[in-house]
Design a protein. Sequence first.
Length: 225
Amino acid sequence: MHILVRRYEPSDQEAIEIIYPDAIKEHINPAFLHAMTQPLHITISLFICIGAYLLGGSVILALISGGAWVGLVYCCCYEYYASYVQKRLRTELKDIPGHYLSNPDNCFWVAEAEMDGRRQILGMVAVKAKDDGDGKKHGELLRMSVLSTCRRAGLGQQLAKTAEDFCKERSFTKIILSTSSTQRAAVALYNKMGFKLVLVHTQSERPKWLVWMSKVKILYMEKIM
Ligand SMILES: CC(C)(COP(=O)(O)OP(=O)(O)OC[C@H]1O[C@@H](n2cnc3c(N)ncnc32)[C@H](O)[C@@H]1OP(=O)(O)O)[C@@H](O)C(=O)NCCC(=O)NCCS
């Protein structure tokens, strides 16, 4: 299959609005499993079940109370990723030319291939330039996503290489990115591409309680050019 990585065109919009949310929301279940296996969340679950049993004297009440807690943790994990996706879809992904193509130091690419006789979008990636503060610039890699049925065929690597070459051409000092602790495939891809983990933190645009409940960590990685 011949894959072409090219700049965004308006006709790609519909595919992007499907591939990107699907690729990010697939981290909800792994995040939930991770959160529920943390010692603190296990302790809280047991505490709620035992507490409800002792207070109400009913196994059913204990199970319902424990289930409500588990449901709340799931909702938090869902919200963690879904709210992020919604914000991107309402802002930058709604106007890709305005956000990524109006400045020559930014770019948005899609990977396209001919499948079943028609061109199909299989993935995307973007770069946004940021000032280093000393007249130089670095690039931030964003929106890396590959259609779930086309994974492990080198497409992610091809997209990352495209973004990296773009940064090199512009003499950017480095390329940075943020991903989350549950995005294991992404972390493996970036490690393979030579990115180094620089910082693990929990600061994000989400409310602090949501971050605490979902137990997701942000990984900041960079590759010096
Ligand atoms: C991350 C993602 C873009 C990778 O795309 P891909 O096309 O499958 O990646 P590639 O086939 O180019 O893989 C390159 C290397 O990355 C690593 N890798 C990719 N997926 C992996 C997985 N599921 N498990 C372990 N390693 C993986 C491997 O080292 C792989 O090389 P190999 O196949 O020779 O072993 C894709 O999994 C995806 O869209 N995930 C959901 C969205 C996401 O998390 N995006 C990142 C936002 S920061």
